[in-house]
Design a protein around this ligand. Structure first.
Ligand code: SAM
Length: 289
């Protein structure tokens, strides 16, 4: 088995110079150059030789090399065409890596899991492009791609949002969605100097362990998420007003008031104080079938 060659600043600079690569800000390109952080991600992801790993945004292939050594197979989806010849070079010799030059948001990942892993759950491991972290994570959950876990580098603030509960300023629709589908824990905080170029914000590695069964039962999952979005769209308003003003919902004032009372809350309650379980009960009260 080949040993990884990438993972420190010198090697990264050598590859970038060889190909005269120019960073594209619009693709959120901040490449990892710290071997200790790489090690932490791979360890937290618990990749074994039975695993098929999906890496979103392999960059020049630094983490991909490390993943390829640990996994059965790695599927690396990279949007930037200029990185493809680089990846073909840095990943030559690893027969278990498949490079796909695509926007991950346009890839049918459930189909990919079917084709590449016989429909068995994938592990997602990535240093995500920060401009689309939330849509990527929500897309993975909502489209029901078979997944074991997601271990990703994200903006520190976003990692905090994913794991907090009611009553904190970071609590919102992302916290509730992540916690409905997975158990989150922050693996490490990562400072800007571990990347090239340095991002303006701090980062964190977070692991989301997919639940086999969600922790709460709800009759209509989609309705619950519409209610959650409506509640946080207008943070300063009451829950009742948030639900009434939502374009995604069509409940009367009376129906909303009744449902809020039925879950034991005051008429003036704010959405940000409700737990996931309370949102599920509220959705069940408002469900029409
Ligand atoms: N994994 C590399 C590393 O850790 O050094 C690069 C991480 S960099 C933060 C994000 C990567 O995602 C870049 O390579 C970027 O080109 C790629 N990317 C950005 N948007 C993407 C998209 N929509 N689909 C696939 N890849 C994308």
């Amino acid at each position: 088995m080949k040993e990884p060659t990438l993972g420190n600043p010198q090697e990264t600079i050598a590859v970038l110079q060889k190909y005269n690569f120019a960073f594209q800000k619009k693709f959120g390109q901040n490449f990892l150059i710290d071997p200790r952080v790489l090690e932490k991600i791979i360890k937290a992801a618990e990749v074994t030789e039975d695993d098929c790993v999906l890496e979103i945004g392999p960059g020049i292939g630094t983490m991909t090399q490390h993943l390829a050594c640990a996994a059965k197979k790695v599927i690396a989806v990279e949007i930037d065409r200029a990185l493809i010849p680089i990846l073909q070079d840095t990943l030559s010799g690893w027969e278990n890596v498949k490079i796909i030059n695509e926007d991950v948001m346009k890839v049918d990942l459930a189909k990919l899991a079917e084709e590449e892993n016989g429909g068995k759950p994938l592990k997602v491991v990535a240093n995500l492009p920060y401009y689309i972290t939330t849509p990527i994570i929500m897309g993975l959950f909502e489209t029901h791609v078979p997944l074991k876990s997601i271990t990703v580098m994200v903006q520190k603030e976003v990692a905090d949002r994913m794991q907090v509960g009611p009553g904190t300023k970071d609590y919102g629709a992302l916290s509730l969605a992540v916690q409905y589908y997975a158990k989150p824990y922050i693996v490490a905080n990562v400072p800007p100097n571990c990347f090239m170029p340095r991002p303006k914000v701090g980062s964190a590695v977070i692991r989301l362990e997919r639940y086999e069964e969600p922790p709460v039962k709800v009759k209509d999952e989609k309705l619950m998420f519409r209610i959650i979005r409506a509640s946080f769209n207008q943070r300063r308003k009451t829950l009742a007003n948030g639900l009434k003003n939502s374009a995604e919902l069509d409940f009367t004032k009376e129906e909303i008031a009744e449902a809020i009372a039925a879950i034991g809350k005051e008429p003036g309650v704010r959405g940000e104080t409700l737990t996931l379980e309370e949102f599920a009960r509220l959705a069940d009260e408002l469900c029409r079938d």
